[in-house]
Ligand binder design. Structure first.
Ligand SMILES: NC(=O)c1ccc[n+]([C@@H]2O[C@H](COP(=O)([O-])OP(=O)(O)OC[C@H]3O[C@@H](n4cnc5c(N)ncnc54)[C@H](O)[C@@H]3O)[C@@H](O)[C@H]2O)c1
Length: 344
């Protein structure tokens, strides 16, 4: 990689610190030009702490700068699509926080703007960059074919962690939009296919937000594979566990940092992986490096806009299943009857 990329981080709230640290700690890749937040106090604090050249309260002003080559979007969910499109049209590469958008239609518009602007659009699915997850992505063939995935991500919040969490239209619902992308992106990665069918149930147990805070879903994949997903904002202690049944045994991933196969420890949590994901986490450095490789046109593990659109289609199906109480079939997915080893 030859060129150092000028970066503006847009949105200086909870998740921004991990992105800001990732940019400022890799001077060989990037220079932090601007911190941007409609709350100028937050932008100023971030600029001071991470050494940005300028703090701004306007996205448009950041996009007008020639020294900004790329933006990292850390805004509330409903602003991902409009700001990513504005950035791509201004010729800036985009790394957008998850969820990529509120729905697949918006995600497609974002990808289209990136294509037209000839810029990279990558989705910040940070968990792909945890060492145990990378190990699984690179070594799962040795475990035999995948049979099923059971994924749980349960955390406990006694109140909304950001004001926009209280409004269902800004948070695109709640737990499914906030933590669904983490787990469903993982399932998409291991399955390598889109689901055929989605069943989902969701409820809201707390009145201090308007969206669902507890959800379960079942997904059927081609070649007789199944996945179950549990998401909770009501679970203590925290549970972050992935159980994958393969032909040759069972892989268990805890906290995205530790991987066992048939009880044998294959990946241990690294000393550098102790930090909370909101606290200048090392995984965000790896994620940013992959984004820089994508900008340089080199092989990389960034989550592409195309993968992001596929994930948004699955999330749309989950939301539709939650709303209707019915099973949702995904259009265009390979049908069971068409797959070689379909149930007779
Ligand atoms: N990868 C992860 O693990 C992870 C964790 C937390 C949040 N996130 C994602 O990051 C995004 C941000 O979440 P957060 O928790 O940091 O939220 P936050 O509310 O703490 O931060 C958002 C910031 O955006 C600013 N903002 C709002 N509208 C703006 C505008 N029009 N122009 C400029 N600034 C504006 C707000 O002032 C706020 O400081 C969300 O999409 C969320 O899903 C990802």
């Amino acid at each position: 990689m030859s060129r150092v990329t000028g970066i503006a981080v847009i949105g200086c709230g909870r998740i921004s610190r991990s992105h800001l640290a990732a940019v400022s700690s890799q001077p060989e890749l990037a220079r932090l030009i601007a911190t941007v937040d409609s709350d100028i106090g937050l932008a100023l604090d971030a600029a001071k702490r991470y050494g940005a050249q300028v703090a701004l309260d306007s996205v448009t002003d950041a996009l007008a700068r020639d020294d900004v080559d790329a933006v990292v979007i850390c805004l509330p969910n409903h602003l991902h699509a409009p700001v990513a499109i504005e950035a791509a049209r201004a010729g800036k590469h985009v790394l957008v926080e998850k969820p990529m958008a509120d729905n697949a239609a918006d995600a497609r518009r974002m990808a289209e703007a990136a294509r037209e602007g000839q810029v990279v659009l990558a989705v910040a699915q940070c968990r792909r960059h945890f060492r145990a997850i990378r190990y699984l992505a690179e070594h799962h063939a040795q475990f035999g074919r995948l049979i099923s995935a059971q994924v749980s991500l349960g955390v406990y919040w006694a109140e909304a962690q950001a004001a926009w969490w209280r409004e269902a239209d800004k948070a695109s619902g709640l737990v499914v939009a906030l933590n669904g992308p983490h787990v469903l992106d993982f399932v998409q990665m291991v399955m390598g296919d889109d689901p055929l069918r989605v069943h989902a149930e969701a409820v809201r147990r707390n009145d201090f937000w308007a969206g669902e805070d507890e959800a379960m879903m079942l997904l059927a994949y081609p070649h007789k594979r199944l996945a179950s997903v549990h998401l909770s904002f009501n679970q203590k202690p925290v549970e972050n566990r992935k159980v994958l049944v393969f032909e040759r045994g069972t892989a268990v991933i805890d906290n995205d940092t530790q991987l066992t196969f048939n009880g044998e420890m294959l990946v241990r949590q690294g000393d550098d992986e102790q930090r909370h994901y909101l606290d200048e986490a090392v995984e965000f450095q790896r994620q940013f490096r992959e984004f820089a490789l994508a900008i340089a046109g080199e092989p990389n593990h960034s989550v592409s806009a195309e993968e992001g659109i596929r994930l948004m289609r699955t999330l749309d199906a989950v939301h539709e299943a939650m709303r209707s109480g019915r099973t949702v079939e995904l259009e265009g997915a390979v049908k069971d009857t068409e797959s070689a080893d379909a149930v007779p």
